[in-house]
Design a protein. Structure first.
Length: 132
């Protein structure tokens, strides 16, 4: 009689299905983010993050969700998500990348400093005109 191949156990089959599902959701999310559809990407990343099993995609999903929030102008939400990345994966390369992204560039700091000084100068000139 012909030999039949053994069927995988139900538990192994379930694990395989979850891995395929997670891979597909990450692929969709990454595609949406790459095309600039941050809201759709955030939805898929959020789904991956919300899964009970925190698999290999979890750090990338956290980092990428933060990038999606950044594109949407939701800086506080980005910081919350990246804080979770930092707490749970302190030595992960994406944690370091997130930390670097959060720091203002030297150019931004100089620009803000100059505009702040300009405002102070204008206010002090207004005060001296009012006094005279």
């Amino acid at each position: 009689p012909p030999r039949s191949t053994p069927k995988p156990s139900s538990a192994a089959s379930d694990v395989y299905k979850r891995q395929i599902r997670n891979n597909l959701m990450m692929a969709l999310a990454n595609s949406y983010l790459a095309q600039g559809f941050a809201e759709q990407a955030a939805s898929y990343y959020g789904t991956v993050i919300g899964l009970p099993e925190k698999g290999r995609h979890y750090p990338l999903a956290l980092f990428s969700l933060g990038k999606a929030f950044e594109l949407l102008g939701e800086i506080q939400k980005r910081d919350v998500v990246w804080r979770e990345l930092e707490v749970n994966f302190s030595e992960h390369p994406l944690t370091f990348q997130a930390q670097l992204s959060q720091k203002k560039t030297m150019k931004e700091q100089i620009s803000e400093g100059l505009s702040g000084n300009l405002e102070l100068t204008e206010k002090s000139e207004e005060a001296s005109v009012l006094e005279n």
